[in-house]
Design a protein around this ligand. Structure first.
Ligand SMILES: [Zn+2]
Length: 883
């Protein structure tokens, strides 16, 4: 072998190694459908919505930078009709335009080659104003005070629906400036990313012209308009506002104050101050159920932003803060610096979830943010502590790596899942605690500064963190972001103070998982002593000098994204040391024990043996972990002879805490007592506690006469318990209240209560509401999911959905489209339903739903197996209950 050949071979080997890991952002190599020869730099768009028939007419001028000569312009467009086009002022014949709806592309064939350099494309088009939150959509709502039915407009573009609003290069790497002009009725307020530059009267209303945005991705555009009010403030050079429908803006006071605090924190943390002149938080009464980080104009479903001190619960307040902190983190991570392609969506979502929680915890330590149970608005999503929800999904065969290949638009919409958000968040938290808070922040500052107004891949983030820390962050991270799953660390005491640690992949209902290895940033402590760290890079590792009679706890504070399985002697020592552990460590042991039971690695008595030994406490996170498990088992056992015995056992464990708290709040009680009281009432209600149910009914009667008699924190659980066991008269009363209120939060409480009813006749009455416009579209469809979960009659919910699927899907937004139908099977636990779903999907659902169908099939199979196991383990479980 001569030297040259050897050199070539080495070069080849090195380059193929580099191939395996992701590269930093490079525009030309970024995935996507659109050719990269033509790049838009500036859009000027004028739009005239027509409210009488829910269509719009638009025109746009796009400045193009042609990088190399082309014969065609290829851009995105969907459900738009192009009426005229010209390039550099020369009209194109209509025959030169091809729209391909299935590819969501618009191709303009040019009469002659377009030379490299600057050009201008002009288009005239018409489009549709949708009922569901996709592209430009309308919302009908009841006005505050008068209750009059009104209509307003909003947009929702992420992931790939800007192309329903204007023909554009609708992939995140194509950054451009956008300047929007709209015509709206004269008494409307119009809002977009940037401040209004000018307004003038025109026929049919007023023309509002907004200032041009900085270069940004198309999916971050926003346009909201209606009879709106606002309140405002200022943080340094930034105007901050909360905008809501008329009469509701003052309910944004809490959000306005919180957003000022958050904005200052982020300006400092990121090192680059918020770059736009204004930042609006916009409450919209429908369209979608969450929030969207449009740059400078964040949209929220109303109850995620508005807080009424008279009627909103403590839970709502915390929710608002967390959502604000998440969305505002996106102003940097997502908007100023954007992932190059949807395969790196986690860069946006994992990061914003982590940053939002970090910021929320910083200002509100009493909320125990990292341990707090999340209540997703979509009742089919996993609840629980964010990290736990992600780990539950990640243990299954249907999981995927944080970074995943995304080819199509539908796949991009599938990427918005727990792995992207919550595993991403959990991994970043583990990495931060390993690198150190200050070093991690320095790395983030480098990253933001180096990539502002541009796009990135995960490699860019690891490079910045490596520079800041002098550690090979990319190597540590690869196992967590590029391969699916996570490890369990097995702890085995040996002689002479030696402890052997062994890692393997942790799985649930997934026997054929391939072996994998992680670089685990382990933390451990001999209980009572200072924690230590160890980067576990191999299958095994060992700890030395651990006293044989002292408890050893791994994963200190539960900050790591792994499970721990202790040998019997270590477990016994931990059980004895429980009172000396902090709440984070106790909750971590509970979560791990429950996961080991789910995985079939331990009998249910491991978990119950642990919670029976917990010291008496009114700590929220600890009790909520139990409640979460009890609710799961309770739903799983419905209809089984073991159910009643289980309910009795579970009540016996929760009752003492409720007895300590009682119904009414006291001035000296812990800050979280209100939330815990609410959780306990709701759980005991589900567990058929006759005393709680009778008390809920009594309090509901009083509430009917005098709403102020029931504390806002207790309204949701009391209404739910009353609804669960409602007769027709009570159901009607709840329904009347729901119809009347103009508060989104209260309305949701009433309709949730209706959806809890277990009487089959009432179940049908509730389901029918999903087809009406009593609720905003996104909430109406989830009424069916809630019935499936809460009523104990998932089959009735499914029969209804099957018969009305078309009407229901018309109300589902892009993010929910693939998930909706399969998710309704989540609450079944018999194999015949798995066959039914398989057949239904084959005949009725598009290929893009396949990953969701697979997840639900796995869930049904798991539930069936686990149900059998629980029932068979039941007698010992009850014995362990009689201490
Ligand atoms: Zn987000």
């Amino acid at each position: 072998m001569n030297v040259l050949r050897l050199a070539l071979l080495v070069l080849f080997l090195v380059s193929s190694l580099v191939e395996a890991v992701e590269k930093p952002f490079n525009f030309d190599e970024t995935p996507g459908k659109l050719p990269k020869e033509v790049v838009p730099t500036e859009y000027a768009v004028r739009l005239v919505p027509k409210l009488d028939n829910f269509t719009f007419a638009g025109s746009e001028t796009v400045k193009l930078n042609v990088r190399s000569p082309v014969h065609q312009l290829v851009l995105n467009g969907l459900e738009l009709k192009i009426e005229a086009a010209s390039v550099d002022g020369k009209k194109l014949p209509l025959s030169s335009m091809k729209t391909e709806n299935e590819k969501e592309l618009l191709t303009l064939t040019l009469p002659s080659e377009l030379a490299a350099g600057d050009h201008t494309l002009t288009l005239r088009f018409t489009g549709k104003i949708n009922q569901q939150g996709q592209g430009l959509f309308y919302m009908r709502y009841q006005e505050q005070g008068s209750g009059t039915r009104k209509v307003m407009l909003g947009t929702q573009f992420e992931a790939t629906d800007a192309r329903r609003f204007l023909p554009c290069w609708d992939e995140p790497a194509f950054r451009a400036r956008f300047q929007l002009t709209v015509v709206v009725p004269e008494n409307w307020l119009a809002v977009s990313n940037m401040p209004i530059e000018s307004e003038q009267k025109v026929a049919g209303g007023k023309e509002v012209r907004f200032a041009s945005t900085p270069p940004m991705s198309s999916y971050l555009n926003v346009f909201v308009a209606g009879e709106l009010d606002s309140i405002e403030s200022r943080v340094g050079p930034t105007q901050t506002r909360v905008i809501a429908t008329k009469g509701k803006a003052e309910l944004g006071r809490y959000a306005l104050e919180a957003s000022a605090e958050i904005l200052k924190y982020y300006n400092d943390y990121f090192g680059v101050p918020y770059p736009l002149p204004k930042l609006d938080q916009i409450a919209i009464p429908g369209g979608f159920g969450g929030a969207m980080e449009n740059w400078g104009g964040i949209t929220y479903y109303e109850s995620a932003l508005l807080f009424d001190p008279k009627s909103s619960s403590a839970e709502t307040k915390q929710d608002i803060y967390e959502v604000l902190a998440h969305e505002m983190a996106h102003m940097w991570f997502g908007d100023l610096v954007t992932m190059a392609w949807w395969d790196n969506l986690w860069l946006n979502e994992g990061f914003a979830s982590w940053m939002g929680s970090k910021c929320t915890a910083h200002f509100n330590p009493q909320w125990e943010v990292w341990l707090a149970r999340e209540l997703p608005r979509d009742p089919t999503r996993r609840t629980g502590i964010a990290k736990e929800a992600a780990m539950e999904g990640d243990a299954r065969s249907t999981t995927h790596p944080i970074q995943q290949r995304i080819e199509t638009e539908a796949e991009a919409n599938n990427a918005f899942d727990d792995i992207t958000y919550k595993k991403g968040q959990s991994f970043l938290r583990m990495l931060e605690s390993f690198l150190g808070e200050d070093i991690f922040r320095d790395g983030i500052r480098r990253y933001i500064d180096a990539h502002k107004y541009s796009n990135t891949t995960t490699a860019d983030l690891w490079n910045a963190l490596s520079e800041a820390s002098n550690k090979s962050v990319g190597e540590i991270a690869a196992g967590w972001t590029e391969q699916p799953g996570f490890p369990v660390v097995n702890v085995k005491r040996e002689t002479d103070g030696k402890v052997l640690l062994t890692q393997e992949r942790f799985t649930v209902n997934f026997k054929s998982a391939l072996p994998s290895l992680w670089q685990i940033p382990l933390t451990y402590s001999v209980v009572g002593e200072t924690p230590a760290t160890l980067l576990m890079t191999d299958k095994t590792a060992s700890l030395e000098n651990i006293p044989a009679d002292r408890a050893l706890k791994l994963n200190v504070n539960g900050a790591g994204n792994y499970r721990v399985e202790y040998d019997a002697s270590s477990w016994q020592l931990l059980l004895k040391a429980l009172p000396k552990l902090g709440v984070e460590d106790r909750v971590n042991l509970m979560s791990d024990a429950w996961a080991l039971v789910q995985a079939g690695r331990a009998p249910i008595s491991l978990y119950f043996g642990l919670i029976e030994k917990l010291p008496a406490s009114t700590d929220l996170a600890e009790r909520e972990q139990m409640i979460e498990v009890f609710e799961f088992i309770n739903r799983l056992l419905i209809g089984s002879p073991a159910c009643e015995a289980f309910q009795q056992y579970a009540r016996s464990l929760l009752r003492p805490t409720f007895a300590a708290l009682k119904w009414d709040s006291k001035p000296e009680e812990p800050l979280n007592a209100g939330k815990l009281r609410a959780s306990l009432i709701s759980a005991l209600g589900h567990l058929n506690d006759p005393e709680i149910i009778a008390d809920c009914r009594k309090r509901f009667e009083k509430y009917v006469a005098d709403p102020s008699s029931l504390s806002p924190d207790l309204r949701a659980p009391v209404l739910a318990a009353v609804g669960h066991y409602a007769d027709e008269k009570t159901w009607n009363k709840l329904h009347q209240f729901g119809l009347k209120t103009t508060s989104s939060e209260e309305k949701q409480n009433y309709y949730n209560a209706l959806a809890s009813a277990i009487d089959p006749k009432l179940v049908k009455k509730t389901l029918a509401i999903a087809l009406t416009d009593e609720l905003p579209t996104s909430r109406a469809v989830f009424l069916v999911s809630r019935v499936a979960r809460e009523s104990g009659h998932p089959e009735v919910a499914w029969q209804f959905a099957k018969a009305n699927m078309k009407a229901l899907l018309a109300k589902v937004d892009a993010a929910g489209a693939n998930r909706y139908a399969p998710s309704l099977f989540t609450f079944f636990s018999n194999d015949s339903r798995a066959d039914e779903l398989r057949n239904y999907a084959k005949k009725n659902l598009p290929q893009s739903t396949a990953p969701e169908v697979a997840k639900v099939l796995d869930e049904i199979q798991f539930r069936a197996e686990f149900r059998g196991r629980l029932v068979s383990q039941f007698p010992p479980l009850i014995r362990s209950g009689t201490k």
